[in-house]
Design a binder for this molecule. Structure first.
Ligand SMILES: [Zn+2]
Length: 158
């Protein structure tokens, strides 16, 4: 993207964009998401092309009393690419958006996880807390030395 394109995108997202996060079950980490939804197809399409994502829509909309509104077009990006966009436009954003983006990026940078068994907070790259890991290893060893596995091995050898 050129500087001009970045400035255009920043202005568009400042006014019409939505910056948020999606939760991941076993992580503390929350994934960033950037959404844009507008009734002007050409503008959403231009943004989608710049960011190399699909243009979504048209979505039909109507008010509560059944009045048909103009269809809307959308694009969204999540994960590391969304974080990249946020970092790119951050210096160009207003105060409120900047605060929100900083908050999202710090949640994204948090690489702690929760134990898959009990939900306790564990360090990065760990699936289980110490206690659950001991139980898991014990059960794993038990299964490894169970008669079923042994006979299976013998059959293989024969
Ligand atoms: Zn645990």
């Amino acid at each position: 993207m050129s500087i001009k394109e970045i400035a255009w995108l920043a202005g568009l997202l400042e006014g019409e964009g939505c910056f948020g996060t999606i939760k991941h079950t076993e992580y503390i980490k929350k994934y960033p998401i950037v959404r844009l939804a507008m009734t002007d197809r050409d503008i959403v399409e231009k943004a989608a092309n710049l960011l190399k994502v699909n243009l979504l829509g048209p979505y039909k909309r109507q008010s509560q009393n059944g009045e048909i509104w103009k269809s809307c077009w959308a694009m969204n990006i999540c994960g590391n690419r969304a974080a990249g966009i946020m970092m790119t436009v951050l210096p160009l954003m207003g105060e409120r958006r900047s605060l929100k983006i900083r908050e999202i990026l710090s949640l994204w940078a948090d690489d702690r996880r929760r134990c898959v068994k009990c939900g306790l907070l564990v360090g990065p790259k760990k699936y289980r807390c110490n206690e659950c890991r001991i139980i898991y290893r014990r059960e794993y060893n038990k299964a490894l030395h169970s008669p079923m596995v042994k006979s299976g091995r013998k059959r293989k050898r024969l």
